[in-house]
Design a protein around this ligand. Sequence first.
Ligand code: GDD
Ligand code: MN
Length: 862
Amino acid sequence: MQFSIVIPTLNESENVDLLLSRLFALDLLPGSFEVIFVDDGSKDGTPTKIREWEAHNKHIHLVERQEKPDLTASILAGVAIAKSDIIMVMDADLSHLPEQVPAIVAPILTGKYDVAVGSRYVSGGSTHGWPLYRQWLSRLGGFLARPICDVSDATSGFFAFRRELIANIAERARGYKILLELLMSGQGNLKIIEIPISFHDRTHGTSKLSLSHHLIYLQRLITLAGGTASIGTASRFAIVGFVGVFVDAFIFQWMINLSFGLALAHITSFLAAVTINYILNSKWSFRSHLEGSLNWQQFGRFLTVGLLALLLRGGVLALLVYTWHLSAELAIFPAIAATAIINYLGSAFYVFPESKNCPPLNVRWQVAAVGVVLFVTLLRLVYLGLAQLIPDEAYYWQYSQHMDLSFFDHPPMVAWLIWLGTAIAGQNEFGVRIGAFICGLITMGYLYVFARNLYNKSTGMRAIMLLSVLPFGFASGIVITPDAPLMASWAATLYYMERALIADRKIAWLGMGIAFGLGLLSKYTIGLLGIAALAFVILDPNARRWLLRPYPYFAAFLALLLFSPVVIWNFQNDWVSFLFQTERLGGGGHVFSVHYLVLYVAIILTPIGLYAALQALWYVGTNGKHNQCERRRNLFIFIFTGIPLIIFLGISTFDTPRFHWTCPLWLAILPTIAWMMGQNSALQTVSNRLRAIWQPTIIVSLLAYAFVLHYVVLGIPGIPYQFLAEHYFWKEAAIEIEKIAEEIESQNGQAPIVVGMNKWSIASALSFYTKDSSNMDIRSRNMFGDKSAMYDFWYPSHPATDRPIILIGIKRHTLEHDRAGNEIDRMLIQPSTIQYKAVTRNGTPLRPLYYRTAQGYRGRSI
Ligand code: GDD
Ligand code: MN
């Protein structure tokens, strides 16, 4: 006997004959398999049909269960009487073709695999005759299982396995999905193969799958992923939630009516509701998961989840009230609903997790990764259009208002993205930033496949979790600067480089050329990857032979072609960008600044991130001497992180770095950091220590981003705005300045020229926030001397005029003299003294502003 086929049946009388005749027509040795039917009390004569066959064939058996019908229990009952140690499970309704049985047992028979899954969703697999909704449902079921199990068709009912695996299945396994239980029971150590099948909907009888099966499936998924879920806890949670909603909404409405302001009202009502919720949830909803009375650690976790939900909900409220103009009284309800989901998932997985059968480390990280990435994405999406632009973003928006092939201080990609975003979504913060958000998603996608190719899927998931959570990654997915598209093309270039140089794929050179070219259109820094690639090809003998083939040269050509707009623009403009970039490197005043570079890296990576990155770099630099595959991978990572890093270190010995310079280079080491996080045996001590600090780092970072976004959009009661004073809140400042301008115009009869007295940030921010008023004429400080980057091109100089002038400064001295020390007074006609104004919003001071007015401009060279 080679294997036993277990077939559960419930009212399948019309299918029994067909199935058995086809099974026994298979080209298999007689007696090489047995068929065990497990019937759950069919009323249509199925058992009688089977008995008839059983009488004539000693390899056919019937088990008739008396207990409550259950698919998993039936299969287990069949396995219990099987004579063989190799079990094959299939449906009785001919959805699973008997002819495909041999292909599925084969991998188990040869002993090469532990589980073989007949899969509809690998290439070659298919589904026939199912209505659309069933196909979607099945896809969704598989999709939800993806984070915890590595199989494309985790809900398949057609599979084979070795019998001893059944011993590991959780006792509580019930419902439809015994396969999922099997796959998870191996703690990630099973050898699993998927074999394509074609699934045909039944022609006789009806499906027994019902809503309750879906719910049980969901519940098992949550439990297998380490969460706590049962219909009981969920419904108790919902009831408690309703009490909370009532308290929350009541207090909120009351405070809004007393004009307390959105932030104070929603925070207070939330805190009241949350306290009541915690008491009820811990005493009632999740009561079976609590040992002892008050558990401080658990309460801390509860507060964390609550805080995250609260800070996100501020954004939802602001979105509904400020952008969609809903009344606050109504907006609170959808806002509560949105946060309830976060609260429930947070409670199930993080606050009150399943303590009995804790899933393996990998699975726990994967679940965390999904949660973190989803939260970050949601946070970005909600606040994207709410938070005011920072001056840099406004400056790049100005680029997009003067569309060109390239620009003085940056290549054009950032401008093109903003142009496109605002063309689609309008001239607002959302339109300006949406490009950054999409670049963030692209970066994530490429980083994931890059890390998965280097290590495995679980590492890929952790890598994108780190990307979402570390400051450099978080920021580049919400703030639009040249770094947003740079990161995306950097990640894409890394991915294609690895495919080309390590996996030896010709076609990857095409992707590489495009990604690198788009990178060059974003920021010149990506050139460092070219140097790294060269170094790798020289050091790695296998990769060296690419030098003799045309593909790399084709890729380089393609990249240059994409870069041509920048070359053309520079050709037309006396090569100014290139001169500017080289000048910047040459003439930095020769200050040793390596310590600044280190400090900046500790900011963009967090200190833990920096430590982990160095450790990972050390690891890839010193390991893999014996295994060719590992050696090449480690060399790749080492070179593609190390070369850009060394170059930046070199530059910082004589020039001050900007803090975000090194951002993209950390992409190459993230997979290794992520891989080390998940190693529990090989790297015991180090990674245990790291793991202990990663968890708080991730949580603190999430809280920090949510906090900052809530703070700048709605404020946090009790915390003043002094910290951002100099560079933010130009929207409100613009309103003040418009008032001053109007006043002057009414006195003077002429609209004034407004001059932002620094390089470009004041002028750009004011331009963005006064774009709707027609008579604002805004210049930058180059009007009075000094350089102003693109403003030198847009508004080269201004002749003397008797139009009134308003000078705006962040710092007082910028209104007194320029950087060369020339007095500004002397260029003005009847200048006023320097005035100070505190810009406010609803009475809260936001930022200081200095300004002075004059009756005209004498020209620059006086
Ligand atoms: N013993 C027993 N007890 N057998 C049952 C029970 C039960 O409670 N419920 C269903 N069966 C048998 C059916 O008689 C059939 O042989 C097989 O299990 C599958 O049941 P169907 O009712 O035909 O399920 P389906 O076609 O809707 O679902 C199929 O696709 C799903 C994937 O989306 C099955 O292959 C599922 O296993 C699969 O998960
Ligand atoms: Mn079926």
